[in-house]
Each structure stands twice: as structure tokens, then as C-alpha cells.
Ligand binder design. Structure first.
Ligand SMILES: C[S@@+](CC[C@H](N)C(=O)[O-])C[C@H]1O[C@@H](n2cnc3c(N)ncnc32)[C@H](O)[C@@H]1O
Length: 252
């Protein structure tokens, strides 16, 4: 019995090792426009998955999962950051809302916090400002949404702590944002939009506040990776490259 269990465990270990090796054997690649940004399959070996038993998160995630392009790993990170930053002075802002999934998640984390308001900014007409630093986006992607659809999603969660900012951020809608910033979720896919958003946001960010970049390290979002790599040496921030595809800047 012990022998067969031991050989079963060894067999399983070998199968896992083979699976990891197969994934790792894929050759690294880079886009010809951004050869300095190298890609390779990222497969951390850790397995702890607290999101599975977090009932509060699961309830909201089931409600929003068909309204987001963001995977459960990044969604859970936004969920925990939204909770942790509730004591940092300022409001939350997401630029790049699409159908509202991650915005609804963030708003849920401060649902009962009268000191926090959540601003959700999108053109609701798709990506803008794609340019030479971007490898795949050309503009107009993710236009299959509307502000009404997002508003209904959040109201379905009993949320009223949000304001939608419809138009190009920052030039057309930043005047609708009030207060300091505790959390900025930048999910705009392309270099120039992300640059304009963070240049607007950094002066408003409270100490201890965070900028979370989606798109960091994704194949096709090299423009955002390029921008974050230029910001990461800024001495005013701690920088975390989370292997899930988030880059996080924490203001000292
Ligand atoms: C990948 S989607 C956002 C995904 C969303 N966070 C989710 O939960 O799936 C990117 C969005 O950014 C928006 N966007 C890009 N640049 C923008 C800008 N400068 N101002 C407003 N919205 C912008 C696009 O309209 C698009 O809906």
C-alpha cells in the first residue's frame, strides 16, 4: 500500500514536472516593434488560492465575471487593495471601465465607507490614442459597452457610491473628479492614454496610495509596459511587478 501510494505520488510529481517543462519549453518571443520587451510563459509554482474561500469576493466576482476582461488573480488583487487602501485619504478612480467588471469590484470594497467615492472613467466608445509605441491596438477596440450597462451592473450590486465620467480622460472628464487619490486603476491598453492618465494622477496621489496598471507585461500591451518601465525608477514610489500582469506603484 505504502509502495503504491509512493509510486502514485512520484508519478503525479513527474506528470506535473513534465507539464511545467512543456510550458517552459516554448521559446521566448518579443514583438518586432519592441524587441527590448521579452516575453515568456509565466507560471509561478505557488498554489495558495485564498479567493476560492473568500465569500465576499466570490459573491461580487460571480456578479461581474461576464463584465470583465480581467482574470480572477488580478480581480482578487484589486479586491484586497481596495479594502487595504480604505484608510488612505482620497477617492478611487478607474480609467478603462469597459463593461464595468473591475469598477464594480472596486466600488464594492468601499460600499459602506462614507469617506470614499469611486469614479469610473471611459470613453464608452473604445480605446483612444493608440500610437507608435503600441504593437497591436489601433484605436476603437472595446467599444461594445455603454454607460447605462455599467450603471445597471453596479446598481445590481446595491452600489450608489460611484460617478461615471464619460469621455476621454483626462482632457474631457477629469474636471468631474473630486478630492485626492487613494487608488488609481489604469486599464487603458495603450501608451499615450496611460501616460496622460498617470501624469494627471500622480500629483493628486496620497502618501501610501497606489497606482495599479493592468496590461503590464501582456503580449500586445507593450506600450504600457514601456511606460511603466520608465516610471519604475522614480524614487517617490515603491514598484512591484506582480507576475499576474499588474504593475503596482505605491507612493512613499
Ligand atoms: C481593456 S478595457 C477595460 C477593461 C475593464 N477594466 C474590465 O474590467 O474588463 C480598456 C478601456 O479603456 C478605455 N479607454 C482607453 N483610453 C481611454 C481614455 N483616455 N479615456 C477614457 N477611456 C479610455 C476604452 O474605452 C476601453 O473600454
Amino acid at each position: 500500500m505504502i509502495t503504491s501510494q509512493t509510486s502514485l505520488a512520484a508519478d503525479m510529481k513527474q506528470k506535473l514536472a513534465d507539464a511545467y517543462a512543456a510550458i517552459r519549453s516554448q521559446a521566448p518571443w518579443s514583438h518586432p516593434k519592441s524587441p527590448e520587451i521579452s516575453h515568456h510563459r509565466v507560471l509561478p509554482h505557488a498554489t495558495y488560492s485564498p479567493w476560492l474561500l473568500d465569500e465576499g469576493f466570490q459573491t461580487v466576482f460571480q456578479h461581474i465575471r461576464n463584465h470583465t476582461l480581467v482574470d480572477i488573480y488580478r480581480c482578487y488583487e484589486l479586491w484586497t487593495l481596495g479594502q487595504q487602501l480604505s484608510h488612505v485619504p482620497g477617492n478611487y478612480l478607474e480609467v478603462g471601465v469597459w463593461r464595468g467588471g473591475t469598477g464594480a469590484l472596486l466600488a464594492s470594497t468601499v460600499k459602506d465607507n462614507a469617506a470614499k467615492h469611486v469614479y469610473l472613467a471611459d470613453t464608452f466608445q473604445g480605446v483612444v490614442k493608440a500610437g507608435g509605441a503600441d504593437t497591436v491596438y489601433v484605436g476603437g477596440e472595446h467599444a461594445d459597452t455603454s454607460s447605462a450597462l455599467v450603471s445597471d451592473l453596479l446598481k445590481g450590486l446595491g452600489l450608489s457610491n460611484f460617478t461615471l465620467l464619460e469621455g476621454i480622460f483626462p482632457e474631457q472628464t477629469a474636471s468631474g473628479f473630486q478630492g485626492k487619490l487613494a487608488l488609481l486603476h489604469c486599464d487603458v491598453d495603450v501608451y499615450s492614454s496611460a501616460k496622460d492618465v498617470v501624469e494627471w494622477g500622480i500629483p493628486l496621489l496620497s502618501s501610501g496610495g497606489c497606482i495599479v496598471f493592468d496590461d503590464y507585461g501582456f503580449s500586445g500591451c507593450e506600450g504600457v509596459t514601456k511606460l511603466v518601465n520608465a516610471l519604475r525608477s522614480d524614487k517617490g514610489f515603491l514598484f512591484i511587478h506582480n507576475l499576474n500582469g499588474h504593475a503596482i506603484l505605491i507612493k512613499k
